[in-house]
Design a protein around this ligand. Sequence first.
Ligand code: PMP
Length: 316
Amino acid sequence: MDDVERTERIVVQKADKIWLDGELVDWDKANVHVLTHTLHYGLGAFEGIRCYQCEDGRSQVFRLRDHVRRLFDSAHLLMMDIPFSQEEIFEACKETLRANKQEEAYLRPLVFFGDGAMGLGSAENKVRLAIITWKWGAYLGEEALEKGIHAKVSSYMRNSPRSLFPKGKVVGHYVNSILAKREAMLAGYDEAIMLDGEGFVSEASGENIFIVRDGVVKTPGYSTGALGGITWDTVVKLLGDMNIPVEFDRFARDELYLADEVFMCGTAAEITPVRAVDERKIGEGKRGPIATKVQKAYFDLMHGKYGAREEWLDFL
Ligand code: PMP
């Protein structure tokens, strides 16, 4: 094990500005104190959003309103009152991209408790909000999009709704995802698939999951304990546009192994096929026909050439 050192190095390319608590500040000045509450206890919420450049040269932020809404939902679950309106954050995301002159970027709004009081019972610290934007290519690599990845069923259980809020994109939840992801990578796999407390497939460390068998697509339903992925919802609707039936149901590890196709989706990972899970090849061990169609529709949509669903594109 010692000679397997697999890490992903996603180096953030510095831009000019970061939006912090209502104003654009210089990138290097967007710093916080070490007593920042969220740094100690993980109570915070964040989003991951992408901005793509379309065929006609314009840039669009994909489903920005839905992402901003989920940020506020996550904060609501944590009883953190964001001192801005959704509309203000919606505009601030676009303002940050414009200030950084980024035509394509990943956006990371982050809600956190500032410094001041310490301890688990303190809730009076200022709720702060940062929006950082940076260039980010394919999360799992270009090759992954084309050839598919090798995933491992994790030994870590997905966060349970009995103890946390899987529908919230909460900072501290990601300890669970990171442990699963690192376990998978250190064992030579690309990504982790996590089961819920009852042994049903929930999702990957940062992606929702779909399986296909005999032309029918299946995915765990919205209420089954995975994050309510915005890409997941997008894929469901794109499949609908293609008249491909989707079933919302739980499935266990055996169905995963027996699938003709498995694919994952998320803002960062986009549409990523899975060519193998654990020691089993999935289907023919390459990107399958439905994943290929979904991927094409998704990238067409992102680049303004899908010809429908334009209400999801917020142009800069
Ligand atoms: N599940 C988890 C645990 C995630 O972190 C993400 C990424 N936000 C997703 C699913 C996919 O969500 P979305 O499509 O909204 O990016």
